[in-house]
Design a protein around this ligand. Structure first.
Ligand SMILES: [Mg+2]
Length: 126
């Protein structure tokens, strides 16, 4: 199938990436993974990514830095971004909105929440 939507999961935690990838693949998505912000931008520029799941705290370039770069890049700025925030991270949410995040998921989230949020945002675009 060539029309599978591509989800890019960006998190420095391998465990979190694995859980996300497993559940998204099970729901029919193609999943790419990035281990930090620099890797994320590289993967976005090399692939036709439909949506990004984005952690905040990461080495090299954090999630806010990734958002800022995306908004400066014509080919990346309209890709929806789901920001992963920590419990009690209302300040992070405010900053993420300012930087142009589309939605949030608070860690720890359930696979069901993740998949339904991704589907909702992808449907919004089509
Ligand atoms: Mg992290």
């Amino acid at each position: 199938m060539n029309d599978k939507r591509i989800v890019l999961v960006v998190d420095d935690s391998e465990t979190l990436r694995r859980i996300c990838a497993f559940n998204l693949k099970k729901s029919g998505f193609t999943v790419l993974e990035a281990i930090d912000g620099i890797d994320a931008l590289d993967k976005m520029r090399a692939n036709q990514v439909d949506i990004v799941i984005l952690d905040i705290m990461m080495p090299r370039l954090d999630g806010f830095g990734v958002l800022r770069e995306m908004k400066r890049d014509k080919s990346l700025k309209s890709i929806p971004v789901i920001m992963l925030t920590a419990k009690g991270g209302e300040d992070d949410e405010k900053v993420a909105i300012k930087f142009g995040a589309t939605a949030f998921l608070t860690k720890p989230f359930s696979p069901r929440e993740l998949v339904s949020k991704v589907k909702e945002l992808i449907n919004d675009r089509s």
